[in-house]
Design a protein around this ligand. Structure first.
Ligand code: ZN
Length: 683
């Protein structure tokens, strides 16, 4: 998922200031306590060796686009690869998250002060019904979870032994909700995800049933999908998997031809901004009275989503991966967004190449991005397909596509438990997304929206860095690896997306990009199509010689890093002896740079972690000052003690600066707070 923060441009700053208001602090703490939702069931299986279950789906569904419903049937072939006999199966029925106003989803939204779902008329809600579970064609006993109508427990008529296989099937009826979060429709535009009964993961840690949430994602078993969709013939459908229906392939070819002609007349004159299509009113053409049935097949995936819209334009490109294998890239969008989407298939192709080269090759035959309604962020990932909400620039679209298509690696292929270890997909993926943006736009784009720049004229620290620093300084941060109910919305964004991404860049700088890349490529090879946990990532790194236990400590704890440069002594040979002190609880590698009078970096050297204090050497150089972490690649809590001039009195005091809002620092100046309403000492 991309960009969780509310769209209101000033909201990030409001949330940061919110932390400082004494009246609000208690309320916020209370919110952090938030009713526990965790269903995490740790059993005595903690020492069980790795295994994973296999779940293959066959789904048949017919869309009624007047009533906004699906009539469907699912057949689930479940193979027990665990060493234990199974007597029951936890089953997710996530459409029931929209069933009433008491679900975990609704409670979480209220907690985030989002009331649209709570006050929505019943006609906009959704649910799954007409369930009649059978196992191996025998009716079985099943019941809803006592607290969560979107989870059921199926009792097996007889235990499924290790190695055993069974078929679970049921008809079902799906009332598609309005798109409040992910699954839904806006008019006759359909976003169909989390839409079928789905067994929870059973792994070496036990069962992982979880209610649907908007913030806090998913965990699913690998298998195959064979999906047949029946709907009016003039819908364009993007889906997980490979299209099997020749008539539909011809229909898409026709759409591509029409789209190219449409875009040719849309092209703006070079000196004017792109103009909107005159047809971009969003009106739906009437549905064809004729129905069509189209079929998709997918292998080695853990989810299946599809998106249908009669207005979609279609573009296609073909990516050639490093091995020479080709992947078809599809972009589907409406006229309203056509001016931003005309290069979308190219952005998908470029992302596939970028991630394939840096991490490991994309394994599936196609990748699709569709424009669609989404109220859970700016984009949402599913295997082989991603949905992207309205964008306002081509660059933003490229960034969201890079992020969401990138999730094919960190979620789709390396299928972590996102609910419990969200940083392993969002944080690691954000790191690669920022590398992509730096490669193609020359700067590392903040993971946060660029809001309130006018308030930060003197700040040379990126906003995401600033958000995480601010939370840590006031003690309002939590470890990235925390139970989902412990996160405020801002902390989720800062700790799950921002912090791991920035810390990975720190690992990259300290260990060198080639070693980090080798380590991540090894992780990819070892864990593709499996369920890695943090210890597996750590072991994969160690296997190729990347030792970075401090990184994992930072993911698991609130340990902070606070280095200071205490003394500089010139040695007889021209080199320097520097006394450094670590006042923080995290010991991690750090760098020292020699800078000239203008602050230009002359030379940088990295050092291994220092526990409390120590003396390090810097080679001979004529420098104005020596600066700890001059390139800002570490996560130093306070930077005002990082600079030592090589000569002169008061060599440790950086130049004085008065700033209107002292919360925002300029890291190489001593900041004096001059704001009447918020004061913050930079010490
Ligand atoms: Zn994401």
């Amino acid at each position: 998922m991309f960009n969780l923060l509310p769209k209101k441009p000033d909201s990030l700053l409001q949330q940061l200031f919110f932390i400082f208001s004494p009246k609000q602090t208690d309320a916020m703490r209370t919110h952090l306590v938030f009713a526990a939702l965790s269903l995490y069931q740790l059993s005595s299986t903690a020492q069980t060796p790795y295994f994973q279950q296999e779940v293959n789906y066959t789904i048949r569904a017919t869309l009624n686009d007047t009533a906004h419903t699906l009539q469907a049937h699912v057949r689930i072939e479940y193979t027990n690869h665990s060493p234990h006999p199974l007597t029951e199966i936890w089953m997710h029925l996530w459409p029931n998250a929209y069933q009433n106003r008491r679900t975990a989803f609704c409670r979480q939204r209220l907690h985030q002060r989002k009331t649209d779902f709570y006050f929505a008329p019943d006609s906009m809600l959704g649910y799954i019904s007409q369930l009649n579970f059978q196992i191996n064609q025998q009716p079985i006993a099943w019941k809803y979870h006592p607290q969560h109508p979107d989870i059921a427990l199926l009792t097996l008529p007889e235990p499924l032994p290790p190695g055993g296989r069974m078929v679970i099937e049921t008809p079902y009826f799906l009332k598609i909700p309005h798109t409040f979060s992910r699954l839904g429709h806006e008019g006759q535009s359909y976003q169909i995800s989390q839409w079928y009964p789905k067994p929870a993961v059973y792994d070496a840690k036990g069962w992982h049933p979880m209610p649907y949430l908007e913030v806090g994602e998913f965990y699913s078993e690998f298998g195959s999908f064979d999906v047949e969709l029946t709907l009016p013939a003039n819908y364009v459908v993007g889906a997980t998997g490979v299209l099997q229906t020749p008539e539909e392939q011809a229909f898409l070819e026709q759409k591509i031809t029409e789209t190219e002609a449409f875009l040719a007349q849309l092209l703006p004159p070079a000196d004017k901004p792109a103009r909107k299509s005159p047809n971009a009113t969003g009106a739906f053409p009437p549905s064809s009275p004729e129905m069509k049935t189209i079929r998709f097949k997918a292998e080695k995936v853990h989810d299946f989503a599809w998106f249908a819209d009669k207005r979609y334009r279609v573009l296609r490109e073909v990516a050639t991966l490093p091995s020479g294998r080709q992947v078809v890239c599809w972009a589907m969008f409406t006229d309203a967004q056509a001016h931003w989407w005309k290069r979308a298939a190219f952005f998908i192709r470029r992302t596939l190449s970028f991630y394939s080269e840096n991490i490991g090759e994309y394994p599936w035959p196609q990748a699709t991005a569709v424009e669609g309604a989404l109220n859970a962020g700016g984009g949402m990932e599913y295997p082989m397909i991603t949905v992207i909400a309205e964008v306002s620039s081509e660059k933003t679209l490229d960034q969201v596509i890079a992020h969401e298509v990138g999730h094919n690696w960190f979620y789709g292929i390396l299928a972590t438990n996102e609910r419990d270890c969200g940083w392993m997909d969002e944080g690691v993926n954000t790191y690669y997304e920022s590398r992509y943006m730096k490669t193609y736009y020359g700067q590392e784009d903040s993971a946060l929206p660029s809001v309130g720049r006018w308030l930060l004229p003197e700040s040379d620290i990126s906003l995401d860095n600033l958000a995480i620093l601010t939370l840590a300084r006031v003690g309002a941060d939590i470890p990235p690896h925390s139970p989902i109910e412990a996160f405020s919305e801002l902390n989720y964004f800062a700790q799950v997306y921002g912090k791991p991404s920035l810390f990975l860049r720190w690992v990259e700088q300290a260990a060198g990009r080639p070693l980090l890349d080798r380590a991540m490529q090894h992780y990819y090879k070892e864990w593709q199509f499996r369920h890695p946990y943090p210890d597996d990532l750590r072991a994969a790194w160690k296997a190729v010689g990347l030792e970075a236990d401090w990184f994992f400590e930072a993911m698991n704890t609130r340990s902070a890093f606070d280095m200071a440069l205490r003394k500089v002594r010139r040695q007889a040979d021209g080199s320097y002896a520097l006394r450094v002190k670590n006042s923080g609880s995290l010991s991690a590698p750090f760098s020292i740079s020699a800078v000239d009078k203008s602050g230009r970096i002359l030379q940088t050297q990295w050092y291994p972690a220092v526990q409390h204090s120590g003396v390090v050497r810097f080679p001979e150089v004529e420098a104005h000052a020596l600066v700890l972490d001059a390139e800002k690649h570490t996560f130093d809590l306070y930077r005002s003690n990082n600079t030592r001039r090589t000569k002169g009195l008061l060599s440790g005091m950086p130049p004085l600066q008065v700033q209107p809002v002292a919360l925002f620092e300029r890291s190489n100046r001593t900041v004096v707070g001059a704001s009447p309403w918020v004061a913050w000492n930079n010490y």
